[in-house]
Write a protein that binds this ligand. Structure first.
Ligand SMILES: Nc1ncnc2c1ncn2[C@@H]1O[C@H](COP(=O)(O)OP(=O)(O)O)[C@@H](O)[C@H]1O
Ligand SMILES: [Mg+2]
Length: 267
């Protein structure tokens, strides 16, 4: 690989060794610069079907930029994203969503004054009738939202409650259920429990593993090593715009991950 941005030749990109068919996603040699800032310098990473993949790294390593490239917010300057065997170019977050990548952003993007079921259907309201007589099918939307939440087996509020009445954990559950409920292949979660208490964190972690057990590949960005060790199957470590190491979770530990993040240990 020719990396014109690689001002740090001590950090070599690392590409995995799994058969290509096992991957639901491969991102190869992704670069993204903002003016003179090379946020991604040829980063490559993979996600496997039915697994929770953790993405970790110090502040500024490029995690969020990678997530934004995968979710259609940024367009990479160069590099290739292959989703389920197809090369994809996302023009927008909606395009990524339509092709099966849902992202739960840190701010959740729920509307406080709308009911849970309305938040589920923001931007994809179901209608019945024809032409000018088309009306919103509220009953169908409520029922569908209920099913989507129940499918995640969490202690959830009635779908008619306003989001502003929900606890942090319930909001997170609604945001995740909304993301998971659209037949997604991949759900990306950026620090999903950073702002939550112990009990709510446990609940959201339950939702994450339920998703995985339902066959959805989850990309989990987390600063919590315990959480990464408990939940993930696989870990990618980013440093200075590159994915520098990958580990099976069962073959590593918190100490090694810290060393990989800081560069104290080579990949
Ligand atoms: N929109 C942007 N404009 C300018 N610089 C950015 C932008 N987004 C990210 N960066 C820079 O790119 C680098 C990687 O940032 P980011 O992807 O947010 O890292 P992380 O999420 O790992 O903390 C940082 O130096 C950051 O300041
Ligand atoms: Mg970030």
């Amino acid at each position: 690989m020719i990396d014109k941005y690689n001002s740090r030749p001590d950090i070599a990109p690392f590409t995995g060794s799994t058969p290509a068919t096992d991957f639901i996603l491969t991102a190869t040699d992704i670069t993204k610069s903002f003016g003179g800032v090379h946020a991604l310098r040829g980063a490559s990473m993979t996600m496997r079907r039915g697994e929770i993949t953790a993405l970790i790294g110090d502040n500024g390593a490029g995690k969020s930029t990678m997530v934004r490239c995968l979710s259609g917010i940024h367009r990479p300057d160069s590099g290739e994203i292959v989703l389920d065997g197809e090369v994809v170019h996302f023009e927008s977050p909606n395009a990524a969503r339509q092709q099966g990548i849902e992202t739960v952003h840190q701010n959740l993007a729920l509307v406080e004054d709308l009911a849970v079921w309305q938040n589920f259907f923001l931007g994809r309201e179901k209608t019945h009738g024809l032409g000018p007589f088309r009306t919103l099918d509220r009953k169908l939307m409520r029922k569908t939202a209920e099913e989507m939440l129940q499918g995640l087996a969490v202690n959830v509020p009635p779908v008619t409650s306003k989001v502003r009445r929900l606890s942090g954990g319930q909001r997170q559950a609604v945001a995740i259920a909304r993301a998971a409920g659209w037949g997604s292949k991949i759900v990306i979660m950026d620090e999903p429990t950073a702002a939550l208490g112990v009990q709510e964190t446990a609940r959201v972690e339950n939702v994450i593993t339920t998703l995985r057990d339902a066959g959805v590949a989850v990309l989990l960005i987390s600063h919590n090593f315990d959480q990464v060790m408990r939940l993930s199957d696989h870990v990618w470590v980013m440093r200075a715009g590159l994915a520098v190491a990958e580990r099976r979770t069962e073959e590593t530990d918190g100490d090694e991950l810290v060393a990989l993040i800081t560069g104290a240990k080579a990949a």
